[in-house]
Design a protein around this ligand. Structure first.
Ligand code: NAI
Length: 328
């Protein structure tokens, strides 16, 4: 058996945590022969509920689960962590403005960034799921200047997976037949699902579905899927968010398939005109635990216009958190 890998998960008593922890312990994220140590960070009030989750983890008797620790102290949670899955975040409550949400979460992610810099393993890889995910990742990175920038990422894989599922359903193809999907920009309603480079069973997707469907149905359905799930379920997407977080880390560490790519929010170095330093979603390939943005793709004019709008939103969020003093 290999030595265990330490995975820190924040917000473990929440909805996504309840799905995510079990999938990690089952080996879905790091592989069927890779033992894991779980370190779960929660706010103090949620620790009793988290104990129930830990009891269930024990009861499932996962052969790969080497240990589970819970704490309300970030420095304990991130000690020696190889992966940090930052899921816990302050939800938007009634009457709360977006600026208040950015400030509340900014404080959380800045503190966690500092704790990771101080305590995590040298090779730590960070995935932010908690919203506003892209800007939270930016804040955590700013608070941890000694951790290489490319180790910070935010989740747009759920949007990517939703886009694949919609295209597969429309064309009657299997999900596995869809390749080269892209989601650009922010994980928000301004995100840019893009099928102009996608293929279905080797055929160009646009030729199969037509531009009208892309504009009228595909883009709005994918971009507003989170709201549709809240409407139907009375709660936000949790199992699919957890599953996509697993996909994100699995592909980051174990690589994307030859001839395909995935969507990940990572720190821009100016690719596709996205201002340097913003955490934006791009098409990426991964190998050996490193990601590379797929460069040189021609942007469709509609996609380009939507990407500029999404990036303007990211830029605006960055200005707001900068004004709050959260970028150092
Ligand atoms: P939830 O409210 O059920 O759980 C969040 C948990 O985080 C709670 O148990 C809370 O106590 C904990 N928490 C809050 N502050 C914390 C801190 N400072 N340290 C550690 N734990 C903390 O929410 P849910 O449904 O699990 O969603 C979590 C986050 O994921 C939300 O921000 C949500 O908007 C986001 N999300 C992101 C998606 C994406 O695609 N990027 C998709 C779906 C949800």
């Amino acid at each position: 058996m290999r030595a265990p890998i330490t995975v820190a998960v924040t917000g473990g008593a929440g909805q996504i945590g309840y799905q995510l922890l079990f999938r990690i312990a089952a080996g879905d994220m790091l592989g069927p022969d890779q033992p894991v140590r779980l370190r779960i960070l929660e706010v103090r009030q949620a620790l009793p509920a988290l104990e129930g989750v830990v009891m269930e983890l024990q009861d499932a008797a996962f052969p790969l689960l080497a240990s589970v620790d819970t704490t309300a102290d970030a420095s304990v949670a991130f000690e020696g962590a190889d992966h940090a899955l930052l899921v816990g975040a302050r939800p938007r409550s009634k009457g709360m403005e977006r600026a208040d949400l950015l400030a509340a979460n900014g404080a959380i992610f800045a503190a966690q960034g500092r704790a990771m810099q101080e305590h995590a393993a040298d090779g730590i890889r960070i995935t932010v799921t908690g919203n506003p995910a892209n800007t939270n990742a930016l804040i955590a990175a700013a608070a941890a200047p000694d951790i290489p920038r490319e180790r910070f990422s935010a989740l747009t894989r759920l949007d990517h997976n939703r886009a694949i599922a919609q295209l597969a359903a429309k064309t009657g193809a299997a999900v596995a037949d869809v390749r080269r999907m892209i989601v650009w920009g922010n994980h928000s309603a301004t995100q840019v699902p893009d099928i102009t480079h996608a293929t279905v069973g080797g055929e160009p997707a646009v030729d199969l579905v037509g531009r009208e469907w892309v504009k009228e149905a595909f883009v709005p359905t994918v971009a507003n899927r989170g709201a549709a799930i809240i409407e139907a379920r009375g709660a936000s997407s949790a199992a699919s968010a957890a599953s996509s977080t697993i996909d994100h880390v699995r592909d980051w560490t174990r690589g994307t398939a030859v001839g395909d790519w995935t969507s990940m929010s990572v720190i821009s170095r100016g690719e596709y005109g996205v201002p340097e330093g913003l955490v934006s979603s791009f098409p990426v390939t991964t190998a050996g635990g490193e990601w590379t943005i797929v460069e040189g793709l021609e942007l469709d004019p509609d996609v380009e216009a939507q990407l500029r709008a999404s990036v303007a939103e990211l830029d605006d969020e960055r200005s707001q958190v900068r004004e709050l003093g959260l970028l150092g």
